[in-house]
Structures are given as C-alpha cells and as structure tokens.
Design a protein around this ligand. Sequence first.
Ligand code: GLU
Length: 601
Amino acid sequence: MKRVVVKGVFSIGLAVCVAVVGALWGWPGRSLTTPTAVGTGGAVASVDVRATQVGIDVLRAGGNAVDAAVATAAALGVTDPFSAGIGGGGFMVIYQPDRDTVVTLDGREEAPAATTPDMFRDPDSPTGENLPFFPNRISSGLAVGVPGTPLNWATALERYGTQTLAEVLEPAIALADEGFTVDETFASQIDANQERFAAFTSTQPLYLPDNGVPEVGSTFRNPELANTYRLLADEGVNAFYRGEIGAAIAQTVQNPPVVVELPFPVWPGRMTEADLDRYEVRVRSPIASQYRGYQLYGMGLPSSGGITVAQTLNLLEGYDLGAMEQAEALHWLIEAERLAFSDRNTYLGDPEYVDVPVAGLLDPAYATSRRAALPATAPEDEANYRATAGNPLPYQEDPSPSLSEPPAVGLHSDDGGISTTHLSVIDADGMAVSYTLTLESTGGSGIVVPGYGFILNNELTDFDTALPHPNAPEPGKRPRSSMSPTLALTPDGGVLAFGSPGGSTIITTVLGIAVNVMDFGMPLDAAIAAPRISQRNGGSTTVDQGFETTPLGQALIAAGHQLNPTDEIGAATGIYRDGDRAFTAVAEPVRRGGGSAMTVQ
Ligand code: GLU
C-alpha cells in the first residue's frame, strides 16, 4: 500500500504549484493569488480575511482552537451573513490532542413539532404538487428549521473552550457596529438575491438600502446584529432559545414580514417558541476510517458527509491510484463516488428516526463486495445512468428481520449549491477544529428577523419530499446534510483539518482534496486549488467550468464520461500542522473571490 507522507512537501513554492494546477486546468486571466500561509503558533483559514484575522487574534491572546473557531464563525456571521450566522446550523469536528480523541457537535437545524411529511405540498394544487422550489419553497417560513448555531457555539465553548461566549463575540460585535468594506463577493450575493430580499420588509432596508445593492468599496454596518450578539453575550443562549430572540423568530416564521406588493407568494411556517425551547445540540462520535495510513474523522448522521466520504475511500483502497495515470485514477474516483452516493440516497437520514445500517455501509467486507459493481469504463449514456444501491444489511451482524431487505426508495438526482462556509483552525497545541456552517441557500430563506439583523435558514428544504424516504420530513427531525468537516491524523504525526461548502458537492470536494493529498501527494494548497470533479449518482459528472477543455478533462471525456461544467464548486479551506508543529493554512485562491489563511507567527 502506498503511504504518502505529506511532511515537507507543503513548503514547496506555492505559487509554482498553483500555477501548474492553474495551467493544467486552463485558468487564463484568473488571479493566481494564493491565500496560503506558512508559519508556527497556530493557524486559521476561512473565506474572509476579517474573520480569519479575528480567529488569529484570539489564538494570539491565548485562546484555544475552539475559542478561535467560534470567534471566526461569529465574525463570518457579520461579513458572510448569507452563508454563516446564528439563524442557521452546522457541524463541528474537534480533535483534543491531550486526550487523543475526536468529538463532533451536531448543531443541525430541527423541524418544528407541527411538521408533516407533506409540508411543502401546494394547498392550491389540484394534483397535490409541491410548491415550486424557487422561490416559493426556499423563501418561506415553512423552510425554516430551529437554528442550532448559537447553542453549538455555547456548547463548544463550555465543553472544549477556554473563553466565554461574551469574550469571543466581542470582535464580531465591533465588526457589526463599526462596519466593514463591501467586496465583490458580498455585493454579488445580494445581487443574486435581489428579488427575494426585496420581498421582506426586514431584509430590504438592511441589504438593499436605497433599493439597490450596496456599492463595492462602501462601508456596511449591521447595528441590530451587534445588539443581538450583545444580548447573547449578556444573557447567554437562553435569550435565543427561551427569550426575546426566540419569540421574535417564532413570530417571524409564522408571519413573515412581507412587503405589500409581493413578487411571489410567501408561505408561513409553524415554528413555535416551544420548538426553540426544546432544541438541543448533540455531541456525537465521529465517523472514523483509515485511508493510505491516514486516520480520518468525519461528521456522522444526520450528515451524510462522513459516511459517504469513508465509503468512497473504502472502495478506493482497492486501487493504487497514486501509481496510475491521473485520468484513470479519476475514473475510479468518479465510479466510487457514484456507488457511495447510491447508498447515501437510499439509506441515510436522521439516526433518531431511521434505523440506518451504518456498520454495514462502513464494513470493509461490504466495500470489497461492492467493488465488483465498479465498472472499469464509464457507463454508457452516463447522463441517464443511475447506480443501484447495494445491500449492506448482511454485513451488520444484526439478526433483526426488519433489516433483512434494503428499503425501496426512488432514485433521484441531487443538486449542488454553492452556499455554506467552512473554516479550519489548529492551535499551537495541536487542538484542531473543522467547522462547516450554513443557512442552506445563499441568503437562506431571505427573511431577516425584524430588529435582530440576522437571516433565518431554509434548511428544511434538505428533506426529501418523494416519499417514503429515510429523509422524509417529520416533527423534530433533522434534515440530512452533506456537510463534511473532516480531520485526519497524518502518517507523519501531523494533523490535517479541511472541509468545503457546496451542498452535496461538499462530499466530492472533500474526497477530491483527500485523494489529491493522500494518493497524488499534492501539497494542501494545490489540492484545494485543483479542479473539482463531482459524481453524485445524478447522471453526468459535474466539473468546474473550463475543466472539460483541459487535457485531463478531455481524457475523461475520451474515456466515456459526460462532463457537466458548472460555475463554482467548493470554496474549501484547510490547515496542516506537521509533526514538527509547522503550519500550512490554505484558503481557496480563486473560487468565491478567494479566501484568507493566516498563521499566528
Ligand atoms: N444544506 C446543505 C447541507 O446541509 C448545505 C447547503 C449548501 O452547501 O449548499 O448539506
């Protein structure tokens, strides 16, 4: 088995690596700025320079990785409010070096008690159709799940941090009060949401002041969000789940603050203050797996991320990808992803509601049996091809007769979004946090809670509405996610933290980065910058725009793959701390305007 040791390769001239990747991919005219930092003392990588700086300041002041991660996330709630924020949810994977353990925090949004499986059905449709996905379903009170992010922050700090919520919120409060300079990413995300944001009396004045998108270069302030953070700092998260913020959320969901001349109908939801009161963050075990000598930890259910990543890598263990031509290796990656996604789409849902055969799915013997279904060539007519799920049940050593047959669920394709954000932090002691958080769509439901300055999520659109399905909407259930915050202990005694935004492409982006580092021996910056290739058992294979014309893209097409170019896949971030405590922090160089990585020294 090939053991790629990443130590040392990270110091390779970064510009050279990215230039090579860029040239191979064909990035004429694109910026090759690489937001990569090499240093010591700890590191932070996020999509935003101001948020990364906040995290670095916390580390410099003696905070640990959890303190810095929460502070960075709170700052992102100000500067990247369309993906991150207290109106949403997320998953945190935390490595504690002193105990050599990994825990995960599930701060996923939850469906209100009044949820029904047909929650998105259009009451006016004679044939019982669902409401159109855009804009009706995603911009509704119906889609809003009970937010998990504030309690996730508080839980992380209480259990694993050294600072209080009040302390880590301070820099974000200052950012929201004093304002920050609008950049192209911020302005373009408002621009893309103009119609939705203009529909709500609370969102319009904040994000479309003077009926237009704030100008690039202007200063953006959010004093109401600063006050909301202050409330959390002064009164704790009970102000959110059992106090005035919660009351305002329930009121907003039940009576969305719509403008008089609505461009589309907005449906109210049925979240109550009791739903917020009931909400809990779950501390869960990670999904642990091994690959090429790396010990990987990912997020378990209700995210499908960790399981699907581990399953794909289990399949790939049977092939020496590093010894192959890259196109051949990528063929196996594509086919392994397709098979893993067929299982994901069939079996995975909230484990508190569904008996998911996790042990069987992750059993190496199951992977061995599934390899027989991995085709050496691309399936004919890939655009219309769907792999069939396997049967992991015999690999579970579970005699339960109810588990003797795999469930019959419909095949469906899975769209990838570009929303969500991932941040990575590793501190001087090696404590590592890999944290992905989201509002679901970019701009969530589009509904700002009046007077409180934050947007509510539309996470409940992640439920499957073609029933029956393990991911069907149910009261109190958490919709299945794809978020894949990942940690790996490397063969050289180092720690690697990485993750990505991008809906179900999150899983394939994380897989691409893992294979780039662990099989192809790429430095982390090149691994993150490299082209994305995403197969989710949804027909043709999604790739970055332009990749299809590169030699590698052409080689995959010649091998029979149908490539579907798309604009943005996975503005990822990652950090590697080697066995000698040297850090390489990497943010995306190009996608979503490029991110920001820094080290303490
Ligand atoms: N709702 C998605 C998930 O939990 C994330 C949203 C996105 O990245 O587009 O998987």
